[in-house]
Design a protein around this ligand. Structure first.
Ligand SMILES: CC(C)(COP(=O)(O)OP(=O)(O)OC[C@H]1O[C@@H](n2cnc3c(N)ncnc32)[C@H](O)[C@@H]1OP(=O)(O)O)[C@@H](O)C(=O)NCCC(=O)NCCS
Length: 188
């Protein structure tokens, strides 16, 4: 599924992705400036692959994706993925391809809009994600929206000759019912 237009502050909005946006996204995922901590840096860039990915995202019943626009121009993408409609949990992701715009608050506003949508429109109770521990900008943008560390996976990814640890974050809906978690076993 694609998400609806959500207008935020400071020129940031989330928009329904177009096929053209998808083509741009994939090309960005091959750029070194944007992929220091993200993805495998290999992609199928045939026209039919773009169309297939666009259709797959549109038809998906367990994800909601958006293009990120800054001052009315597409600059990246974001989404809620692997939505579990019973547990009301999802994984989140964000990618800003325009590296000349880093540090302008685009991710912070995007994550704020996306998180509010998860609670207020989708009725989710929890959103989690995986972020390279070294990716301070992404961690900080998520923490500003309420994400907190739930785990740390040592040596999660190998790239450019080095191992990277991954920070696992989560944020809970303000409406989550209290006292409904099963406590850990005490071994009895
Ligand atoms: C990581 C990313 C999402 C950050 O987006 P952004 O729009 O630059 O983030 P913001 O401008 O909202 O900054 C968020 C916070 O992090 C800080 N920050 C941003 N980049 C930083 C950096 N390289 N080092 C340290 N802090 C940084 C900002 O100062 C801000 O904190 P503040 O409000 O307390 O000052 C963006 O750089 C990106 O998409 N990178 C490529 C793909 C990627 O790594 N995606 C995330 C995968 S988990």
């Amino acid at each position: 599924m694609f998400g609806p237009r959500l207008d935020g502050t400071n020129g940031v909005s989330l928009r329904t992705p177009t096929l053209e946006d998808h083509k741009t996204f994939v090309h960005w995922t091959l750029e070194p400036e944007a992929t220091r901590f993200w993805g495998g840096r290999i992609a199928d860039i045939r026209d039919e692959a773009f169309a297939e990915r666009h259709t797959k995202d549109a038809e998906s019943q367990n994800s909601v994706t958006w293009s990120i626009a800054f001052e009315n121009e597409t600059v990246g993408f974001t989404g809620l993925f692997d939505i579990d409609w019973v547990s009301r949990d999802a994984e989140s992701g964000i990618f800003i391809g325009r590296h000349d715009l880093y540090g302008r608050g685009i991710a912070s506003e995007t994550i704020r809009l996306r998180t509010a949508f998860a609670w207020r429109e989708l009725g989710l109770l929890r959103v989690h994600n995986w972020i390279s521990l070294r990716n301070r900008g992404s961690r900080r943008a998520n923490e500003k929206a309420g994400y907190r560390q739930m785990g740390l996976m040592k040596r999660y990814a190998f790239r450019s000759g080095q191992w990277y640890d991954d920070w696992q974050g989560e944020v809970f809906s303000p409406d989550i019912p209290a006292g409904t978690f099963v406590p850990p076993s005490t071994g009895g």
